[in-house]
Design a protein around this ligand. Structure first.
Ligand SMILES: [Zn+2]
Length: 430
């Protein structure tokens, strides 16, 4: 057991060869621990001669809470100057990245700890309250340590066989609360969120992909997308040899959207007002979009009755069959039959006798027929991307939405991007 009072203090502070000069213990204030590094006089880095002391500068750093209260480390930093006439070294202040990297407001251990908290989706203001400092200080530190960790973690982005792109709402910003979008880049095979880029146009994902090594891009066999022109353009430009696959979730949603549109229009045309809780089509809305195999026999009878009452020309019925046929594509296990069925459905739906909403659905399926049919060979979905997006939503809730893309990217990747946390203790941020 250590009994020497000076050594006891030094052990508690625990920063290596550091002397504890004293503490300030003002009621209601953080505990302030004054320290100075023990070191011999350094040599000049330029001319090699001995430096002369040039006084001290006190730098106050936010440290980890001590014994249940916020703490500050007041580092008495020595200043030196080179006595040699004309030596360009001039005056220097001592540095120790293990205490705190230059210009940081948090000690290295507090910065690493705050970054780990962000990795658990803990809100920055909560972490700041625990440290007894401002949101901005914690955020700046998380940004710095977080980017250093993601940069150092070169293994995080390994070979990818199926790559997915998906849009995510990042938050709203500006006077008119414009939606700010981002694009998640996901290794669909293993569900790894690789990166997040700003916007939902082709530009950022294309640049991200073209920034990868050629050999890495060549490994990608499948490029998974929602039915979006910009992502198709990004894949066409950056990985033209990868086969594009339409995400089944988005394809099925197209069918449900068309059905909803038909139902609302027929409702308006037959009754002259928007759906009301007593209207048959309004009452049928949930049964209509349910998967048919999940509807009970009594539900089926009810649905038939509601459609008899509210759908005089059978348009909602047609839309329901279109939706179910579209879903049925994913039950086909033969790639050729799958492709033929997609083509058949696309042309059937363009029959002028069908509602215009279904004609449009037919045109959309026709445009994406290759990507939809490719699923039967690839058997990949953006489900992993959706899962990553759900994780990101947790981070967004913790932060009440983001207005700054860089903050959002770092925090989402720390939480949902599975970085190698063991690296955090070994790295020194720039
Ligand atoms: Zn010198």
């Amino acid at each position: 057991m250590e009994c020497d009072p000076t050594r006891v203090c030094e052990r508690l502070v625990g920063l290596g060869d550091v002397e504890v000069l004293g503490i300030d213990d003002e009621p209601g204030e953080p505990l302030r621990v004054h320290i100075r590094r023990r070191m011999s006089r350094p040599g000049c880095e330029v001319c090699g001669g001995l430096l002369w002391s040039n006084g001290e500068r006190e730098v106050e750093l936010v440290d980890l809470p001590a014994f249940g209260r916020p703490a500050r480390l007041v580092w008495h930093k020595r200043r030196w100057r080179c006595p040699l006439q004309g030596c360009p070294a001039g005056a220097v202040t001592e540095q120790d990245r293990e205490i705190a990297p230059p210009r940081e407001k948090l000690t290295a251990r507090a910065g690493r700890w705050a970054t780990r908290q962000a990795g658990r989706a803990r809100p920055v203001d909560e972490v700041a309250a625990e440290l007894g400092c401002s949101w901005h200080r914690v955020n700046a530190s998380v940004r710095r340590w977080g980017s250093a960790l993601l940069d150092a973690d070169t293994e995080r982005i390994s070979d990818v066989e199926a790559l997915g792109l998906d849009e995510t709402l990042m938050g709203r910003r500006g006077r008119f609360k414009d939606k700010a979008w981002s694009t998640s880049i996901v290794d669909v095979g293993c569900g790894q969120l690789l990166d997040i880029v700003p916007g939902r146009t082709a530009k950022a994902p294309t640049e991200w992909l073209l920034g990868r090594p050629r050999g890495w891009l060549d490994e990608i066999r499948w490029a998974v997308l929602d039915l979006s022109g910009p992502y198709q353009a990004a894949f066409d430009t950056a990985i033209p040899d990868a086969r594009q696959v339409a995400d089944p979730f988005h394809v099925v949603r197209l069918g449900n959207d068309a059905l909803d549109e038909v139902r609302r229009r027929v409702q308006q045309q037959t009754l002259g007002h928007r759906g009301h809780k007593h209207d048959p089509l309004y009452r049928a809305r949930k049964l209509l979009v349910s998967a048919s195999e999940n509807i009970t026999d009594s539900g089926r009878v009810r649905l038939r009755g509601l459609l008899d009452a509210g759908d005089p020309y059978g348009e909602v019925r047609d839309a329901w069959h279109a939706k179910e046929t579209l879903r049925g594509i994913y039950d086909i296990d033969n790639a050729e039959v799958g492709a033929a069925t997609v083509n058949q459905l696309a042309s059937d739906l363009q029959d002028p006798g069908l509602p215009p909403e279904l004609n449009r659905l037919g045109r959309t399926i026709w445009r994406w027929r290759a990507q939809i049919a490719n699923w039967h060979t690839a058997r990949v979905t953006n489900a992993a991307t959706e899962a990553a997006n759900n994780l990101i939503k947790r981070v967004k809730r913790a932060a009440f939405g983001f207005t700054n893309f860089a903050n959002y990217r770092i925090r989402a990747l720390l939480y949902a991007g599975k970085p190698n946390w063991a690296l955090l203790d070994t790295l020194t941020p720039p």
